[in-house]
Design a protein around this ligand. Sequence first.
Ligand SMILES: Nc1ncnc2c1ncn2[C@@H]1O[C@H](COP(=O)(O)OP(=O)(O)OP(=O)(O)O)[C@@H](O)[C@H]1O
Length: 382
Amino acid sequence: MILIDAVTKRYPDGTTAVDRLTLEIPDGSITVLVGPSGCGKTTTLRMINRMIEPTEGRITLDGADIREQPVNSLRRTMGYVIQHAGLFPHRTIVENIATVPRLLGWDRREARTRALELMERVGLDRSLAKRYPYQLSGGQQQRVGVARALAADPPVMLMDEPFSAVDPIVRKGLQDELIRIQGELGKTIVFVTHDIDEAIKIGDMVAVLREGGKLAQYAPPAELLSAPADGFVEDFLGLDRGIRRLSFFTAAGLELNTVPIVAVDSTAEQLAARTVPQTPYLLVTDTEGRPLGWADAKQRAAGSEALIPFGHSFTAGRDSLRAALDSAVLSPTGWAVAVDENGRAVGVAAQETIAAAIRTAHLEQQATGSASGVADAAPVDA
Ligand SMILES: Nc1ncnc2c1ncn2[C@@H]1O[C@H](COP(=O)(O)OP(=O)(O)OP(=O)(O)O)[C@@H](O)[C@H]1O
């Protein structure tokens, strides 16, 4: 565990960048420092690897004051990833990743093998190994940055806005990869961002800092969303925190209605059997069961082949109530379409059914007695 213990950092010009900050950073999980510009996130991160020394307080790693060990050996236990990756421009990708193992005295072949393995782990094709950083996209460069930080297998990774300079789609991919890598390798990751959505998505614990380097709240993301400590945290979270919180509730138990599902080649009798007052719309699927669109039940029975686009589906058993609600809200019929892992329709759920499931989830959460009830939960979907 990393313990930041009543740490203050005042710069020589009198700026208090971090003010009596105390944080327990658990092992093997992702802790995010988030807050507006200038609230002391980078200063805090850099105090952990002693790029900056605190003015007051102390930081311990597994109980030992980090000042007790030489800076170089401390930093070898801490990978460091920054915005724009900070790669060496005149070294190839494989050489960049192998930098720290080579410094540690690994022989060239061993370091290269390790670098190639890591390229795969971070989702980079080995064919890129001999390129130079300028020959990669921004997202690929960030992956190299992550691979380089992982190269000597440090137990701790410090990441300072590593994904801020890439577009939203690449960024989402990088976040997903980081969550996957963390799950596989169990690193202790301290991650700085100013993006609260990123913090909620990837953080097991989130520290919200306010200007002047003061801690506003330190909690799991679900708890931040359900019980922001004050107006500052509430404002920082944004208006739709209720909807975002639904990401932490699974749609697995949602009651699905299969009555309105019909195959595109259904006979008139089969259609007639489905055309009951409760199902003014039918979900028409292809012959494999994949949804094609909605049809007005009466018109279809009368021979019309017209289909209304169904928007997007959610995956039953995997996605969250947020995904199910979004699907229902976007659906022209007000019914969300549930599919299985193979994209085959397994049922539909009305907005009212989803609303009832949300109420049940809230009640169950209250019954657990904790402030959030889902404090240890990870978002069910992104
Ligand atoms: N070397 C320095 N000398 C004086 N003040 C500094 C120095 N470095 C940072 N600061 C100030 O300390 C405060 C915290 O800076 P820090 O970089 O830690 O914030 P941050 O939350 O990481 O900001 P951002 O999100 O903009 O990167 C800011 O007011 C900043 O101007």
